[in-house]
Design a protein around this ligand. Structure first.
Ligand code: ACM
Length: 639
């Protein structure tokens, strides 16, 4: 008995030792190209010393940023540049034998003897190595304040990593709702953790002009402001003449310079979008002479009231003419001024000129447009837009920049050098690549972050849904297309329905994790189940960082059908494995003691609600969803 007791204790002790030595399974998002792990760990003990032989400004900045993150530990951290010394973390530049990692790749090793060594050809690679290093540390590293009593351990790993694409973008629409300079910085801080390198800012749309153009002051004295409305965007009441137009804002050129530098320090380019000729109400409200439609001088910056009709046949039309007029020479003089300043301000090689959803119903009978068509021998209104795009391309190129636009710019003939951002599925991108143009894939089908992430009974309502598992299927290079034309991919966060930063975070993450794997990780490394496990670990990191994310992957899908007696059946399934769905029709709150769904369920004749929630074992995972009977009948097609 005594012997048994001793051996039991020694088993317990060795288990404790083992648990102490093995740091958690790494959960790196995006998945690295290759990673091997050995038993054991490296622990930062009394202090953390970082050293780098390289003394460039960019490397020093990376060191500063790392020190800043390490302030969440209770260990003093220091960064020694130009010194070779005993250190916990070493930065090495330009010493690589393996050159296949390119400009943004890195190698990271953690050994018991040497601690952490991050090597890269360029500072960008070092920066991405640091992001991986942070993800190897316990999640408390994301804490807002000092996290006490944590063992700051790293697993022993050997990682070689580099991106699949050079264009790894997130689009943040700061026009529909304005987000401050600090909020944009915060967005950049989050995106770089997942190795995104491009921030596309929508700076001009119907709801606001957001960038100071010194030669055109009304763009920001008038165009940046509308009436604050709260509720369901698109259905707002038309603003009255007395309602104050004090909602919105803009970035001064100095603000934007600060943002560009902030992004650059984190290896992010900012792509400015000036959306023309459609979606231009903010510009027209500021300078009505840009329109060819009589009465445009009464137009106001949109405050979320209805200005377009979207019939199911896809032939949308505008209720007010929100287009800049292609037949108006003043439009080109205006754009010349805009692009002169935009080109001077933004160092990135591209300017995005929009081109999407340009309603042409006001053009049909407009005498100036008809005269232009005659003069230029343009047969269709798409050719009128194409004429406009080609002139815009010339203006942008005259400022030393390249043009990128939404895939509508293909219609009526693509401008000679324009790159295409494919959003209406992959079709436009395929067509452009086949014509030999560069393409960025950002299809609604996989990459629209403004879409709902689960059932509309729970999610803030939007007209379409994109679940996490679908986003994870995103593959930027379609079959039959020469991959050399696909510059990369991008996820887009339009903000008509996004009023604040917490909701912007909710909409971006975790789908932003999924798109990050599509644009960084090798295709053959993708694995949905592994990704879900990592996502859950990153949720813990977000909790420490006090950032919001959508837990929608824990909520079920529903399918309602009826039989010939009008009885309703509901089928339910979950997006991820190992969840149980518990439900009730008796109006009470289901928990894990309620029936667990296994096969399709008949809705009882007299039920007035169905309530559903998911559990993992005895832990609640999903959110309570309540279906009123009217909704179930509607979905099943019961009259
Ligand atoms: C778009 O979503 N209208 C490009």
């Amino acid at each position: 008995m005594k012997y048994k007791m001793v051996s039991f204790i020694s088993v317990l002790m060795s288990f404790a030792l083992f648990a102490q030595q093995v740091a958690a399974q790494p959960a790196i998002i995006p998945e690295p190209v290759s990673m091997t792990q050995k038993d054991g760990s490296y622990q930062f003990r009394n202090k953390i010393i970082i050293s780098s032989e390289n003394t460039t400004v960019a490397v020093k900045k990376i060191g500063e940023l790392l020190i800043d993150k390490l302030s969440a530990t209770d260990l003093p951290a220091s960064f020694n540049v130009g010194m070779q010394q005993q250190s916990d973390i070493k930065f090495v530049i330009n010493k690589l034998i393996n050159n296949s990692i390119g400009k943004e790749g890195y190698q990271l090793s953690v050994t018991e003897k040497e601690g952490v060594v991050i090597s890269a050809n360029e500072p960008a690679g070092l920066f991405y190595g640091v992001q991986t290093l942070l993800q190897l540390l316990p999640p408390e590293i994301e804490s807002k304040s000092v996290a006490k009593n944590i063992e700051w351990k790293l697993p022993l790993v050997d990682i070689t990593d580099y991106p699949r694409f050079g264009w790894r973008g997130l689009m943040f629409d700061v026009s529909r709702h304005f987000f401050t300079k600090d909020q944009v910085k915060d967005y950049i801080d989050q995106m770089v953790k997942y190795k995104y390198n491009l921030l596309h800012l929508t700076l001009a749309n119907d709801e606001g002009w957001r960038i100071e153009i010194k030669a055109l002051p009304k763009l920001t004295t008038v165009g940046a402001w509308n009436v604050k409305k709260v509720g369901t965007f698109g259905d707002f009441s038309a603003p009255g003449p007395d309602e104050p137009r004090d909602y919105g804002g803009f970035y001064s050129q100095d603000d934007m310079k600060e943002l560009i530098q902030y992004a650059k320090d984190r290896f992010v380019n900012i792509l400015p979008e000036i959306d023309v000729p459609g979606h231009s109400l903010a510009a027209i409200a500021s300078y009505p002479e840009l329109s060819c439609t009589p009465g445009a001088d009464k137009y106001k910056v949109r405050s979320g009231e209805k200005i377009m009709e979207w019939p199911a046949n896809g032939h949308f039309y505008a209720l007010v003419d929100n287009t800049i007029c292609p037949a108006n020479e003043k439009a080109y003089a205006f754009l010349d001024k805009v692009f002169t300043e935009v080109a001077q301000l933004f160092p990135f090689e591209y300017i995005h000129v929009g081109g999407d959803e340009c309603a042409k119903n006001f053009w049909e009978k407009n005498p100036q447009i008809l005269a232009l068509m005659k003069q230029e021998n343009l047969k269709t209104l798409d050719e009128v837009q194409s004429y406009f795009e080609k002139r815009v391309e010339k203006i942008v190129e005259s400022k030393g920049k390249k043009v990128i636009g939404w895939d509508e710019i293909l219609e009526g003939g693509l401008a000679p050098n324009a790159a295409v951002m494919s959003w209406r599925g992959m079709k436009g991108g395929i067509e452009a690549a086949k014509l030999g143009h560069d393409v960025v894939m950002s299809p609604t089908t996989f990459a629209y972050l403004d879409y709902m992430q689960g059932d509309i009974m729970l999610e803030p309502p939007v007209y379409s849904t994109l679940r996490l598992s679908k986003a994870y299927e995103f593959e930027p290079v379609p079959e039959g297309v020469d991959a050399k034309y696909i510059k990369g991919g991008q996820a887009n966060l339009w903000t008509e329905q996004v009023y604040n930063m917490r909701h912007a975070e909710y909409m971006t993450w975790p789908r932003g994790f999924a798109i990050a794997e599509a644009v960084w990780s090798p295709k053959n490394k993708k694995n949905w189940e592994g990704f879900v496990k990592k996502t859950e670990q990153h949720f813990a990191r977000f909790d420490f960082a006090q950032k919001k994310y959508a837990p929608s992957m824990y909520d079920p899908y529903f399918k309602f059908s009826k039989n010939d007696k009008n009885e309703i059946t509901v089928e339910m399934k979950t997006e991820i494995k190992d969840l149980n769905i518990h439900y009730t029709f008796d109006n009470s709150f289901p928990d894990n003691f309620y029936p667990a769904y296994s096969t399709p369920v008949m809705v009882p004749k007299d039920a007035s609600t169905m309530k559903v929630i998911t559990y993992r074992g005895n832990k609640v995972m999903g959110r309570l969803i309540t279906f009123p009977i009217a909704e179930m009948k509607k979905r099943a097609g019961v009259k």
